[in-house]
Design a protein around this ligand. Sequence first.
Ligand code: ACO
Ligand code: ZN
Length: 225
Amino acid sequence: AGHADQLIIDAGQKGFGATTCSSCGMVYSADNPEDVFQHSHFHLKLLSSIKFVGWKKERVVADFWDGKIILILPEDPKHAHKKAEDVRRVADDELGFQQVALSRPSRSKTYLFINTDRMVVGCVVAEPIRQAYRVVQQAAAAEALRDDILERHRAWCCSTVPEPALCGISRIWVFGPARRQGIATRMLDTVRSSFVFGSHLTTEELAFSDPTPDGKLFATQYCRT
Ligand code: ACO
Ligand code: ZN
């Protein structure tokens, strides 16, 4: 009997229920072999996608104590675009986007935040645009909805009046374990100072395409609207 009890105690120490991997961010059950297998697969794939070995030529556009931001332009070599694509795939999987290809590859600029452990922990895809439709709050519509998730998705929509904008943010993503450390903020600050040569864009000149609930919370704070 003592032996059986011991087994249960050991399993308990490993932890019934959810475990969060601190390096890949996946939540899984350490007691479920299928989950453990899926985690190890996801973990290796993710870490190889965001691993950054360093290039002979890097366009470093910002430097911080905890990392740097590099910019990838359409004319850059294949290996740079390959890395940008690997990272976009990770971001798109999380966002539920189907396509990894850029809608306008000849005009898109990709910014990657590389941390001091040589991992890409942030990605922003920016492209030139002429106008955008501002997101407006729809309080009345939100009240009518019961489902909380639906509410967060639908509680806002776009105004019908186009406003001038210069830079469209088609994707913004920060690696789960690296969130709430100002990485997205610093990436957009860097986009604003480097996107148009010789000028500094205001937050009003940025437009976010199709923001997610997370993206909306962040953008609201960033643009202080
Ligand atoms: N909930 C509430 N407030 C938030 C959140 C959140 N999830 N994220 C950011 N904020 C606000 C906070 O006020 C935060 O300041 P604080 O941490 O001092 O309170 C402020 O925004 C600045 O946040 P950052 O640390 O700069 O943002 P972060 O680096 O964590 O990245 C991002 C934010 C990009 C939205 C990240 O959560 C993410 O990648 N989410 C998943 C992908 C996603 O939804 N991306 C947006 C898609 S929309 C698009 O691509 C156009
Ligand atoms: Zn992991």
